[in-house]
Design a binder for this molecule. Structure first.
Ligand SMILES: Nc1nc2c(ncn2[C@@H]2O[C@H](COP(=O)(O)OP(=O)(O)OP(=O)(O)O)[C@@H](O)[C@H]2O)c(=O)[nH]1
Ligand SMILES: [Mg+2]
Length: 667
């Protein structure tokens, strides 16, 4: 079978990953906001006797690398051998999308245009003459519906055909007489300079634009003395054009797009507001935006507990029945304690939260797919920029942190400047991820049953406020760089499908189950063992190893209201993964009727349980999160800073909650 390799490139949020998933049967994350894919992902499929490898690239607006993921796409297009580049565009935003199209063609890539979301464009009043567009650009065009998967066979067929007749798509482009002329002149100066698969004209444009990577390579080449000549040409051009050379190229591309638009596209009458515009007028309103966000998030928790509560009770009952039925079989010995407390206590205490976690994920996926999450990020970003001077898409990673802080940390790659990246990264651990849900769900069920949603909501908001303040302080103290300008594109609202929200729910929820079967099971067994050693000790008593260990640390927490060894141990093990705070209690106290929920009120008061929840929200994030910070910041220093700030802030906040509460007369 013949092998072929295709790249999928395009603006953010145009449906690349959706197409990739259809073709390869893989489950790349898709969602209705720009910047989901931050790394290239490869997959393969067979088609008509071809063995095709396809690479899903991060979305970007240009190939001038401003941020990490733009660099990834550019490197792939220039340096990765490929047979064709499929450029997916969103027909509704065709004008802006074509800017990248021109840049891709400029690299000489064998380009195919996949036009997605055409029906939305037509509904909005666009009339696109595809045949003319094909002629004007000189590249094959295929209309697809990424979500339904229609047109994909035609797309692959057309791409195979193009791959078998490769052509340099840059030859069609023109930048106007003046620029074209000087591009040719520069081309002549570097006959031996070859960068990836790019044609000489691309290299020449980049040299004139002053592109760092290309200039570096040119400096190492044999014709490096000619760089001085390039500088002269650039100065000459700047004199004539009265403009920066890179701006001149940008303007030339836009001018070309303008003329393409005139020939091929009829735009809807100006002033006509789309439904998306109308909804956005309210949802992103300067005054209403934040209250609406708060109501939506509050609604999500209220629904989560209302729908999830009864299911959780059912699972609880099932565990009680399971325990009741196997206790007589296992008898009273060590084996029975191992199964009941070590395994069922630990893992079971986590599994009872499955309904809550799944419903929360389902609801978050729904609001993400509709397009609301992007608005939420926009609204909060705007407020953050105004009040705190923080910005540049910083809140998108934070919103992602609701699912998992590690995902959020990865998403900081979309931030253009390093100081925004690091400060957002270090703020992320304060965002309440789904691993904290079992803690809130457990404690609110025991101590605040009629206010579960309110308390959970309060903790999420507290986490966000702390995150924003930390990011701001870091930026002010550790960095003095200005924030990148505020650019964020709002995707149109779309009707979500149950299938896609269900898939998301499963994608994230199954990770949770996997965690229960691996790290949580493992830690529970260790906790159980340590609770039964040295031999002969009363299980889970203060004389056991774990009890003695906990007792050493416990006094530190006394001022916070939970200075007993069980809490200390749960917090220490909880650094592995936050769910383990709960599973450790499960192992120590068991699940079912006489389990955790019955024991907790003898240890905590409502006030100290609140202080405990605040502490678990804010203290050291899990190992995976620390690892991600180390990896993404490429430094141990920032990981250390994260550990220290988390501990200090958690301690102070829990102290304020507990001592303040006592002063106010709460117990
Ligand atoms: N209705 C409709 N929605 C679509 C279609 N294609 C994609 N979407 C939705 O658009 C959103 C973005 O899709 P993705 O495939 O994640 O986009 P992407 O281009 O990979 O985005 P990045 O990875 O952020 O660059 C998702 O919510 C999709 O469900 C389509 O043909 N019709
Ligand atoms: Mg993607």
């Amino acid at each position: 079978m013949e092998k072929l390799k295709f790249l999928l490139a395009g603006n953010p949020n145009v449906g690349k990953s959706t197409i990739f998933n259809h073709l390869t049967g893989m489950k790349q994350h898709v969602g209705n906001w720009p910047g989901k894919t931050v790394e290239q992902k490869s997959g393969s499929f067979e088609f008509d006797n071809y063995d095709i490898e396809i690479i899903d690239l991060p979305g970007n607006y240009s190939l001038t690398p401003y941020s990490v993921e733009e660099q990834v796409s550019r490197d792939a297009i220039i340096h990765e051998e490929n047979d064709a580049v499929i450029n997916v565009i969103d027909a509704e935003n065709i004008q802006r999308n074509l800017y990248l199209t021109l840049q891709i063609m400029e690299t000489g890539a064998n380009t195919i245009l996949a036009v997605n979301l055409l029906n939305y464009a037509e509904d909005a009043g666009f009339k696109i003459n595809l045949k003319k567009l094909e002629e004007t650009l000189g590249i094959p065009i295929v209309v697809v519906d990424a979500r339904e998967g229609t047109g994909l066979n035609e797309l692959v067929r057309a791409t195979i055909k193009a791959a078998n007749h490769p052509k340099d798509c840059s030859s069609r482009l023109t930048y106007g007489f003046e620029l074209d002329d000087h591009v040719n002149e520069v081309k002549g100066l570097f006959p031996n300079l070859k960068i990836g698969s790019a044609p000489d004209s691309w290299t020449a444009i980049k040299l004139l634009e002053g592109d760092d990577e290309v200039i570096d390579i040119a400096e190492k080449s044999s014709d490096k003395q000619n760089l001085q000549k390039v500088n002269n040409i650039r100065r000459h051009l700047e004199g004539i054009l009265n403009d920066n050379v890179d701006d001149a190229f940008i303007n030339a591309r836009y001018a070309e797009i303008d003329s393409i638009m005139k020939i091929c596209v009829k735009k809807p009458g100006a002033g006509k507001k789309t439904l998306t515009d109308k909804i956005d007028d309210i949802v992103t309103n300067r005054i209403l935006g934040i209250p609406i966000f708060l109501i939506v998030i509050y609604g999500v928790f209220q629904l989560t507990y209302t729908i999830g509560g009864p299911f959780q009770d059912l699972i609880d009952e099932a565990f009680t029945m399971l325990i009741d039925s196997i206790t007589p079989i296992l008898g009273d010995g060590l084996a029975s304690s191992f199964v009941l407390n070590g395994v069922i206590g630990g893992v079971g205490s986590i599994l009872t939260f499955i309904p809550i976690i799944f419903i929360l994920f389902f609801l978050l996926s729904l609001i993400e797919d509709v397009g609301y999450l992007a608005r939420a990020a926009f609204v909060i970003d705007r407020a953050m920029y105004k009040i705190m001077g923080l910005s540049g898409k910083a809140f998108i990673p934070m919103i992602l942190g609701f699912g998992c802080d590690v995902t959020g940390i990865m998403a900081t790659r979309t931030l253009a400047n390093e100081s925004d990246r690091i400060s957002t990264m270090l703020a992320l651990p304060f965002i309440s991820c789904s691993a904290r849900i079992p803690i809130y769900a457990l404690f609110t069920a025991v101590f605040f049953i009629s206010n579960q949603a309110e308390i959970t909501f309060g903790l999420y908001i507290l986490g966000m406020i702390v995150a924003i303040i930390v990011a701001r302080l870091l930026k002010r103290t550790a960095f003095s760089e200005e924030s990148a300008p505020f650019i964020m594109e709002l995707p149109p609202y779309r009707l979500p499908t149950l299938k896609s929200a269900g898939l998301h729910m499963w994608e994230r929820g199954s990770l949770f189950i996997k965690k229960a079967g691996t790290i949580i099971l493992g830690t529970s067994i260790i906790v159980w063992l340590l609770g039964n050693l040295p031999p002969g000790v009363e299980e889970g008593s203060v004389q056991s190893i774990i009890g003695m260990f906990g007792n050493i640390i416990a006094p530190i927490f006394a001022p916070l209201g939970f200075g007993f060894w069980q809490a200390a141990v749960a917090l220490v093990f909880g650094i592995m993964a936050k769910e383990i705070v709960v599973s450790t209690f499960g192992t120590l106290f068991g699940v079912g009727e006489d389990g955790i929920s019955t024991v907790l009120p003898s240890l905590f008061t409502p006030l100290s349980s609140l202080s405990f929840m605040v502490f678990t929200l804010l203290y050291v994030p899990c190992f995976a999160c620390l690892g991600a910070i180390k990896e993404e910041s490429n430094s141990w220093k920032w990981m250390g800073v994260c550990v220290v700030t988390c501990c200090v802030i958690a301690y102070i906040m829990a102290f304020i909650v507990y001592q303040g509460g006592l002063l106010l007369g709460f117990t």
